[in-house]
Design a protein around this ligand. Structure first.
Ligand code: GLY
Length: 585
């Protein structure tokens, strides 16, 4: 059975049971700025689930286009997707648990009217109860007509309470799972069942939500005016089961795309191929619903998805001159146009191509720089600010090569960078300063002393690669290719403390960039500076600089009073980059 037939069977099944069939709403919610995309079939129906009468009656069904990007990192496994179609049926205060459960079971298992799935591979979960609602014995009694009691499992709210967000309609649910294994798993204890779900041996294929409660700010506040039913079933996952496949990318909407990539890729990787197959389809549907690549909201997600697909196509090494990307888009357009004609209307290929070309340019220079930095330590902040290289791409490349990117450090650097741009300061603010309170300011000055001490003890080729300073501690990342010995750490501490005690003056000077470079002031790696810069000097009695750094401050005026400097931790953060955390007491 094809996925189109499954969709049609679903709609016919519920139409026959008195449901009005709704067309899919746009992926971009019309009147709800709190979410970027429709993430479930019920989302466009929230006002009706809250009590407004629906013009088409109180039994509805649809196949709704959905985008969920929360799990984007999981795309590439056997079943996560960023775009999917959700089959759903609703009762607005009409039928409740009995019919909802009966019909979901019938549709999944009936050979005549439904999908003909094997009942012996079906498992059911129900809500175990908590302060908001009792244990759902009622659902169990209904289920017992269809599945053996030892295949029905009670689970907590984490698994079996459904809501679209922190506000709105919600309720306990009952979920159906299917076992696609070549040899059926058979009866399982509660523990075995939970373990099978954890490792993905069984796959959720349907959810019946008994939607009679309301949430506000994440808390259940009471009952709705009516007892509603909200169901959801992912078309791609169901297709995979019905078609007897072990991952969604073998189902009919994806299979030709996967073959095409496999046939042409010089450097084939299953994960990368799946990401391309998923992301191109998502991009297509987003563009069809009017989203264009940009730097905010829906446009940013689209941009990220296109760029990730382009990167993956590059990694797969698809031969130049073979328009694989276009062929994939063509497949999806032909496949989906009969159901979603909006994908014929937009100039999808041009929008895609423009974004691809833009990104190719960024990619070529960014990749070169990434490779250059690779041996001495990758600086994602510099790649982002100087080369426009998105952090996700840096992470992706780092991941491919077994490097870990410090996202926290990057975020702090970006924040400081944005704050400084916003202030329009001529002086460049040093990355990663949390605030300008006295403790942070003292640690900032100690940070300069520490860098100077590291250069003195380890060698002048040591430079800063990142920093982060809070009230409690300072953190510096610097290029160095091995662990520091205990003697070196002690020597660094002793030097910093000696400078603190001698009481050196800290002063700020403004000078032309060329002069600052000439005196050898320490620059922030990869930062572009204005013509006039601010330099902080820490000088000894003879006016000789112990430390001179490009920096916007703030700093204390003299080193006395900083207290005792102590290294708390020294560790590796990336190849050739070490990190020291230190404090003053
Ligand atoms: N609205 C039910 C679900 O998404 O599972």
């Amino acid at each position: 059975m094809t996925s189109s037939e499954i969709r049609q069977r679903f709609l016919d099944f519920f139409a026959k049971r008195g449901h009005a069939i709704l067309p899919s709403a746009s992926l971009v919610p019309k009147n709800d700025p709190s979410v970027l995309f429709n993430t479930a079939g019920m989302q466009p129906l929230v006002p009706y689930l809250m009590g407004r009468p629906h013009p088409l009656g109180n039994r509805l069904a649809s196949s709704q286009k959905c985008v969920r990007t929360g799990d984007i990192e999981d795309v590439g496994d056997s079943r996560h997707l960023t775009f999917f179609e959700m089959l759903g049926n609703w009762s607005l205060g009409d039928y409740f648990k009995e019919d909802a459960i009966k019909w979901s079971y019938e549709f999944l298992t009936s050979k005549e009217e439904g999908l003909g799935l094997d009942p012996a591979r079906l498992y059911v979960t129900v809500f175990e109860g908590d302060e908001n609602a009792p244990r759902d014995f009622e659902a169990v009694e209904i289920w017992k007509q269809f599945v053996p009691e030892n295949r029905i499992y009670f689970l907590p709210a984490k698994n079996n309470w459904w809501s679209a967000g922190d506000n709105g309609p919600c309720g306990p649910d009952s979920e159906m799972f299917y076992d696609p294994s070549p040899v059926p798993l058979g009866d399982m204890t509660h523990e075995q069942y939970v373990a099978a779900d954890d490792v993905g041996d069984i796959v959720e294929i349907w959810n019946d939500v008994f939607m009679e409660f309301e949430k506000e700010h994440g808390k259940v506040i009471g009952k709705l005016g009516s007892k509603n039913i909200d169901t959801g079933s992912g078309l791609e996952r169901v297709s995979m089961m019905v078609q007897g496949k072990s991952n969604v990318y073998e189902a009919d909407m994806f299979a030709p795309v996967m073959s095409l990539i496999k046939e042409h890729a010089v450097n084939y990787s299953e994960r990368n191929a799946r990401i391309v197959a998923d992301h191109l389809r998502t991009a297509l549907f987003l563009i069809a619903d009017g989203v264009t690549p940009s730097n905010k909201d829906q446009g940013y997600i689209l941009r990220r998805i296109i760029r990730r697909a382009v990167l993956k196509m590059r990694m797969l090494v698809l031969p130049e001159g073979t328009p694989i990307g276009n062929n994939i888009l063509d497949h999806y357009i032909n496949f989906y146009a009969p159901v979603y004609p909006e994908i014929l209307k937009t100039d999808i290929r041009t929008i895609f191509k423009t974004e691809e070309d833009k990104f190719q340019k960024t990619l070529i220079s960014g990749l070169k720089e990434f490779d250059k930095q690779f041996s001495s330590g990758v600086d994602p902040f510099m790649l982002a600010t100087t080369y426009g290289f998105p952090i996700e791409i840096t992470e992706e490349l780092a991941f491919e090569r077994g490097l870990v990117i410090d996202r926290e450090l990057f975020n702090a650097q970006m924040k400081a960078h944005q704050d400084s741009s916003r202030a329009g300061a001529a002086a460049k603010f040093k990355g990663g300063l949390a605030d300008t309170g006295i403790k942070t300011t003292q640690l900032h000055t100690a940070h300069h002393l520490l860098l100077a001490a590291l250069q003195k003890i380890l060698g002048p080729e040591v430079h800063q690669r990142g920093s982060n300073i809070t009230e409690e501690r300072l953190r510096i990342d610097f290029n160095f290719d091995r662990k520091l010995t205990d003697e070196e750490k002690l020597a660094v501490e002793t030097q910093v403390n000696a400078w603190i005690q001698t009481n050196h003056k800290v002063c700020r000077k403004e000078m032309p960039l060329s002069e600052a470079k000439q005196i050898g002031a320490e620059m922030e790696f990869g930062t572009k500076y204005p013509d006039i810069v601010s330099i902080y000097m820490i000088e000894d009695d003879q006016g000789q600089a112990i430390s001179k750094e490009f920096c916007g401050g703030p700093h204390v005026e003299q080193t006395a009073g900083l207290g005792t400097f102590k290294i708390q931790k020294e560790e590796a953060v990336a190849a050739g980059v070490r990190r020291i955390k230190a404090a003053l007491s």
